[in-house]
Design a protein around this ligand. Structure first.
Ligand SMILES: Nc1nc2c(ncn2[C@@H]2O[C@H](COP(=O)(O)OP(=O)(O)OP(=O)(O)O)[C@@H](O)[C@H]2O)c(=O)[nH]1
Ligand SMILES: [Mg+2]
Length: 428
């Protein structure tokens, strides 16, 4: 099975906790605080890897968690940053990430940090102040970013081989590339797109053999509809129409063109080479008659006639594919963010939740107030409220950022309960 979609759960590593520690030395009676910081959590990073063919490996394990940061230690030792978790995906993978983020992995080695690790907590050394020489509290690390993301693969090929089942697409791919697709005289031999490369000494092109399309493919008939999306990123279509006793290239053409248009992504506007295949099945004169008939009914269209069996017309076709691809203006869909620098580079991005500034105070009940707002929630999340020193530090911070005033305005009195996130505490 060829998997071109996957849904995975990603979670950045939790930040390590800061630590409470005091210097101990034989000749220093009361050493100062020396608790180190926790390390940041690792990121979950998708990396574009050309050796991956599809997204099948994503189905084996759907959960991807990066390592948590190390805890701080005494003697000012900071915890280690958690390792990133690398998830390898094939070129052409697009990602609907967390909070509406979007990534397009095109270039080999391109990276996307889809779930950043959480911040490490500060050790007690950081909380030394003139009025607080011996802080006996430290911050906890914060959780990394997490959630489900959707991956989708659209093969990146320069040219796509399309046509009805049995038109000879796989035979052509086998003839002109080193790919070895299955070939057989029944329809739907090819069950998933197959890539091959052709090389003219200077340039290399990627060719995709797309499973045969039939009438209704765009609505789900046959196999083709699942794979029409892969055609979206091709620059040129190579449309194969089978010759032979009793075949009707015109009718076949109409069916496939109809499906391209019905897919709805503008596939019908891609440049197209029309190729009459299996020419060895007809006498040479009849092939010429077919070509003439085609030119008559499709003015301006110059079809090629080939045989993958004998090799007739193959060199001319390969030359025409190279020229067509070189002349084709890349479509929006074909390039994605491929042009220029990869947009999402590898630098470590720690998850600092957005919009941490504002907060709201609501009176929930008599003597009970709730504060919402990411900044305040983070502050509370990072402290151990059972520790009186941490609590008084927190109170000071809440004063400084105006939360206490807002509480007073809402009718708060000393000793009332305050709720933030999942925590509840009394504030003096
Ligand atoms: N005589 C002759 N037979 C051919 C030629 N090309 C393909 N065939 C035969 O046509 C049949 C179908 O060929 P495939 O290459 O499997 O066709 P396909 O378009 O890939 O078919 P699907 O994968 O089912 O969509 C096979 O029996 C091939 O041997 C040709 O140039 N000459
Ligand atoms: Mg095939």
């Amino acid at each position: 099975m060829f998997h071109d979609r996957a849904r995975i759960f990603v979670e950045g590593g939790r930040g390590g906790d800061g630590v409470v520690s005091f210097r101990r030395e034989a000749h220093v009676p009361r050493g100062g605080p020396d608790g180190g910081d926790g390390g940041h959590g690792g990121d979950v990073v998708l990396v574009c890897d050309p050796s991956r063919r599809d997204l099948a490996s994503m189905r084996i394990a759907a959960h991807h968690r990066a390592e948590r940061g190390g805890h701080g230690q005494g003697a000012n030792k900071h915890g280690a940053r958690g390792s990133d978790l690398i998830v390898r995906v094939p070129p052409g993978t697009t990602v609907d990430g967390l909070d509406g983020e979007y990534f397009d992995l095109v270039e080999p080695g391109q990276r996307a940090a889809v779930a950043a690790g959480g911040l490490g907590g500060h050790g007690n050394k950081r909380f030394t102040a003139s009025t607080r020489q011996t802080p006996r509290f430290a911050e906890k690390g914060l959780p990394g970013r997490s959630g489900w993301i959707e991956l989708r693969l659209r093969l990146l090929a320069d040219a796509g081989l399309i046509g009805l089942p049995n038109a000879g697409k796989s035979s052509l791919l086998a003839r002109i590339t080193r790919a070895a697709p299955k070939v057989a005289d029944y329809p739907f031999t090819t069950l998933a797109p197959i890539l091959g490369t052709i090389d003219d000494g200077e340039r290399q092109l990627v060719l995709a053999d797309i499973p045969g399309l039939i009438e209704g493919a765009a609505e789900g008939a046959g196999l083709g509809h699942e794979f029409l999306a892969h055609v979206e990123r091709c620059r040129v279509l190579v449309h194969l129409l089978e010759l032979g006793p009793g075949t009707d290239p015109d009718a076949a053409y109409t069916v496939v063109r109809g499906e391209l248009a019905a897919h709805g992504a503008g596939l019908e506007r891609l440049p197209e080479l029309v190729v009459l295949s299996k020419r060895d099945l007809l006498p040479a004169e009849d092939v010429e008659l077919e070509l003439d008939a085609w030119r008559q009914s499709h003015p301006g269209s110059e079809p090629l006639a080939i045989s993958s069996a004998t090799g007739a017309g193959i060199d001319a076709l390969v030359g025409a594919i190279f020229r067509a691809v070189a002349g084709a203006v890349p479509t929006e869909a074909a390039t994605g963010s491929a042009a220029g620098e990869p947009e999402f580079e590898s630098e470590h991005r720690v998850y600092r939740p957005q919009g941490t500034g504002g907060f709201d105070v609501i009176k929930v009940d008599e003597g009970i107030f709730e504060i919402t707002g990411r900044g305040v929630e983070m502050l509370v999340e990072r402290h151990d409220l059972a520790n009186p020193e941490a609590l008084s530090y927190l109170e000071r911070r809440l004063h400084e950022i105006g939360v206490v005033k807002a509480l007073r305005d809402a009718g708060f009195e000393s000793g009332d309960e305050v709720r933030v996130g999942e925590q509840a505490f009394e504030l003096e």
